[in-house]
Design a protein around this ligand. Structure first.
Ligand code: CXF
Ligand code: ZN
Length: 368
């Protein structure tokens, strides 16, 4: 069948809309009709060449839709099911899935190559075989993806909001709850208030943190953080460091979550300055692969027992945490409607990314 999709052919060039061909789902695969897709900064990292992906690639790794058809051996879903996609697949049987660490499932090895488990590329077009970002390629009307990449959700959930629980929400929420292990009374600093940071703010507030300090140079982002649970918001890390010093009488923060669109060495240094003894600095942000961002005196880790932790998918397990986060949304404890700034059609994808890069959006959503 044919599908319209947003493709990156060459780093640095605009994303192109193209008609591609999809084959029928094979063993363990499903045909999905994508209804919504979220616009995340990681797609830009591929379009800009910061993350080296095999090209051409259909972008998009936050998606929600309806299962149209299933291939042989599919047990997790059936036609008509509403699903949220997970940018991390979970096979359920590799050593990581089997030990409760689905976020590093072995099937994730091809996130940037875009082939499906088993090795084939899902899309075909003028330039040959096209990969699907994170095994999904949600900037397409239809996709053939593996059942390990979808989680069935309740039909009553609005998929235009639930779509965010495929990347931004678990990455931000989980970075606080799972990676930084925030507990009641903590002081938590979140640097960068975009689609990840805003969910880190919500999680810190929900976990009972005493001080939730948001840092972002843009006033619209700081306002949103204050609306969704931040107790303080500052334009710069320097201002936040002064404020946290005063708020904690010099003990400093328990954790700092670094979520800017492009991580810099400066951010990492600020993270280590703002946490106190025993503090945890969490990185969710990405940067150019070869660019070093971490240079620290070892004594920061030994004498002060500070820790640096990377977080992928917020260390969440898609099969259990996607339904859990959607339950929090249904309760009103996790806000999704409030973090969607605007919607775009597929052919407006470049405008959507301009809005993301100029800071207008907390999250943009594509409506297919
Ligand atoms: C990224 C992680 C690295 C591969 C692309 C997706 N995560 C989410 O935005
Ligand atoms: Zn993402």
């Amino acid at each position: 069948m044919k599908t319209q999709a947003a493709v990156v052919h060459q780093p640095g060039k605009p994303i192109e809309i193209e008609e591609l061909e999809l084959d029928k789902p094979r063993d363990g695969e499903v045909l999905i009709r994508y209804l919504y897709a979220g616009l995340c900064h990681s797609d830009v990292h591929i379009a800009h060449g910061d993350l080296e992906a095999r090209l051409p690639m259909v972008l998009g790794h936050e998606g929600a839709g309806i299962i149209e058809e299933v291939g042989p051996g599919v047990t997790r879903v059936k036609p008509g099911d509403h699903v949220v996609c997970s940018f991390i697949p979970n096979c359920g049987t590799c050593r990581y899935c089997a030990t409760g660490r689905q976020s590093i499932c072995d099937l994730g090895a091809t996130l940037l190559e875009g082939s499906l488990p088993g090795g084939r590329f899902p899309f075909r077009g003028q330039a040959g075989e096209y990969g699907a970002m994170c095994l999904l390629g949600t900037f397409s009307q239809y996709g053939v993806i593996h059942q390990s990449s979808v989680v069935k959700v309740d039909d009553s959930l609005p998929l235009d909001k639930a779509v965010l629980v495929g990347c931004g929400v678990p990455t931000g929420w989980g970075s606080v709850v799972n990676t930084a292990e925030v507990t009641a009374g903590d002081t938590v600093v979140i640097i960068g208030i975009g689609g990840i940071g805003i969910n880190a703010v919500q999680a810190a507030a929900f976990s009972g943190a005493k001080h939730v300090v948001a840092v972002d140079p843009l006033a619209n982002k700081r306002e949103k953080a204050l609306e969704l649970g931040a107790t303080h918001a500052f334009a710069t890390a320097a201002e936040a460091i002064d404020a946290v010093t005063a708020l904690t009488e010099g003990q400093m923060a328990d954790s700092a979550i670094l979520t800017p669109g492009v991580l810099t060495a400066e951010n990492v240094g600020e993270g280590f300055m703002i946490v106190g003894k025993g503090g945890i600095v969490v990185l969710t942000a990405l940067n150019k692969l070869e660019e070093p961002t971490i240079q620290l005196p070892g004594t920061v880790l030994t004498l002060y027992r500070k820790q640096l932790r990377g977080s992928l998918f917020g260390d969440c397990n898609p099969t259990t945490d996607i339904p859990r986060l959607l339950g929090l949304y249904q309760n009103g404890d996790l806000k999704l409607d409030e973090i969607i700034t605007r919607t775009y059609r597929l052919d407006e994808v470049n405008r959507g990314y301009d809005d993301l890069l100029n800071g207008a959006n907390v999250r943009g959503v594509m409506v297919h």
